[in-house]
Design a protein around this ligand. Structure first.
Ligand code: NAD
Length: 507
């Protein structure tokens, strides 16, 4: 990392990181720090050099119980707070996130290895999520009027109760706000279990919410290992619903764990998203989008377009351009403002991604760019942006989520074959298509098995629209009013005009 700007950023980052360094990061329950009952901890390291940075309290079932009871007790008061007051509080949180956006981005970039250029935007998106749901808080309880001949029916929406939010490590701050903001706007209280590989920014969020005046117990954070703290949260009887973002197989486990308490679940899971490039497309724009949507955020992105399907007539030329771009991408220290790809989150994840390079070679794919570690004297988890060509839809590299900067390119003959390849995977989160044919754009919107389809665009989010996946990519949708469907119960009230014939027995 070189240059005055980079040195300045490192110094700034350190000012925010110092408080965590060498200490033990605890939980935050009922408006106060809590170290955990057992005293057990786990280590947290930065992916920049894998050196131990701090310890983190390893929450267990007793700590989760404490947090769930705090959330249960606080629910009575929070559900009664008016919509306009909730709006005001949530806007206060958004203001505080904006005021601390640089700190959040620097801390998170250091903790996750995600390049600062993307984490700065993610921190601001966190504030936008709070602002959007703040404005929706006053209308959250609104229902519908459904009059019948003899009765007036109307619906009410009421918060479901205390909810559990379990998040992954890839963009932890932004993703947690995507769940926590609508839950709070709906009138639910929250217990958040952040990912064990990225614990730091969760502390910033709970601290910001507390300082913005959120009542004690409304939002609690318990650090810990998924199989222990996460599991206990999904099994707790006072937690009425679990919003989970993570791997598909973890989603299955959570469904089993929550079965005894009939937990409502919302899952945002893995993906193996196709981007299709037809020969009539604007290829310059398509090239930008294809490279951005796999190599941004280290490829550790649920909506990354990790399968490139290219029409046969342009396959060689287009993949050559992608390979050239991949070779020019700047891999480096995540806090360097010039860096485009940083280190992967953890050595175990690095091994997984490197393993797919071996699998690709064994399967007969060609490594057209990258295909190995990027050299780094500090021993960070760096890999080269990689393009695999000559692949087919049957290969593991074309079917399994790698979750790194690795793109698998597959040729197709025509629209029918493109759709068949695109749909022939277990996942169904997102799909992207590049074409100048309007009719085809609509047919793809209809035929692709994915919860979100972007045509002639990269992943562009508009907060009122539904976000979520089909098949093994998820259950439920976030965004707009869809979020309230999950965090609230819909109740129907039916009142007679007193004129209908009431059936009688034994008269
Ligand atoms: P993961 O499933 O390993 O972990 C996610 C969270 O679940 C962590 O907090 C973990 O501690 C917890 N957990 C693990 N086991 C648990 C259990 N048995 N009970 C309760 N909680 C448990 O996922 P990850 O590796 O952290 O994240 C990467 C995955 O997340 C990828 O598959 C990616 O596609 C997915 N993701 C999806 C979206 C989306 O919107 N669809 C967004 C981001 C990431």
């Amino acid at each position: 990392m070189t240059g005055a700007a980079a040195t300045d950023l490192l110094a700034k980052a350190w000012r925010h990181l110092e408080r965590f360094h060498g200490g033990t990061l605890g939980h935050f329950i009922n408006g106060a720090d809590f170290g955990g009952l057992s005293g057990a901890t786990f280590e947290n390291a930065t992916p920049i050099d894998n050196a131990r940075f701090n310890l983190v309290a390893a929450g267990d079932a007793q700590d989760i119980d404490r947090a769930a009871c705090a959330a249960r007790d606080a629910f009575r008061g929070w559900r009664a707070v008016s919509g306009p007051r909730r709006r005001e509080l949530l806007h206060g949180i958004a203001d505080a996130i904006e005021a601390r956006a640089e700190e959040i981005a620097l801390v998170e970039s250091f903790d996750t290895g995600q390049p600062l250029r993307f984490m700065s935007k993610a921190a601001i998106r966190g504030a936008e999520n709070f602002r959007y749901f703040a404005d929706k808080a006053p209308e959250a309880a609104n229902g519908a009027s459904l009059p019948a001949a003899d009765h007036l029916n109307y619906t009410l929406r009421q918060p479901i109760g205390p909810v559990g939010v379990i998040t992954p490590w890839n963009t932890p701050f932004m993703l947690s706000t995507w769940k926590i903001a609508p839950a709070l706007a709906a009138g639910c209280t929250v217990v958040h279990k952040p990912a064990e590989w990225s614990p730091l920014s969760a502390r910033l969020l709970v601290e910001i919410c507390h300082e913005a005046g959120l009542p004690d117990g409304v939002f609690n954070s318990v650090q810990g290992i998924g199989e222990i703290a996460g599991k206990a949260l999904t099994e707790h009887p006072d937690i009425k619903a679990v919003a989970f973002v993570g791997e598909s197989r973890t989603g299955s486990l959570i469904m089993q764990q929550g079965a005894m308490t009939l937990k409502r679940v919302h899952f945002e899971l893995g993906g193996k998203n196709p981007v299709m490039v037809f020969d009539d497309a604007d290829l310059d724009r398509a090239l930008d989008a294809v490279t951005f949507m796999i190599y941004s955020l280290n490829g550790e992105r649920c909506t990354s377009s990790s399968r490139l399907l290219v029409q046969g007539s342009i396959y060689d030329a287009f993949t050559a351009l992608v390979a050239e771009r991949a070779g020019r991408i700047k891999v480096g220290h995540p806090l360097d403002p010039n860096t485009e790809v940083g280190p992967l989150i953890h050595p175990r994840h690095l091994d997984k991604v490197l393993g797919y390079f071996d699998i690709a070679r064994e399967e007969g794919a060609t490594v057209a760019a990258g295909g190995g570690r990027a050299s780094d004297p500090a021993g960070g988890n760096y890999v080269l942006p990689t393009l695999l060509t000559g692949a087919n839809g049957g290969m593991r590299v074309a079917r399994e989520e790698i979750f790194g900067p690795v793109l698998t390119a597959i040729p197709f003959r025509d629209e029918g074959e493109a759709v068949a390849i695109a749909n022939d995977v277990a996942y169904g989160l997102a799909a992207y298509a590049w074409t100048a044919d309007l009719g085809r754009a609509h047919r793809l919107g209809r035929d692709l098995e994915a919860g979100m389809i972007w045509v002639n665009s990269e992943n562009n989010r508009h907060l009122p629209t539904p976000f979520g996946g089909m098949k093994a990519s998820g259950i439920g949708r976030d965004g707009g009013d869809y979020s309230f469907d999950f965090y609230m119960e819909t109740k129907n009230v039916c009142i007679a005009y007193d004129t209908h014939q009431v059936p009688s027995l034994g008269k």
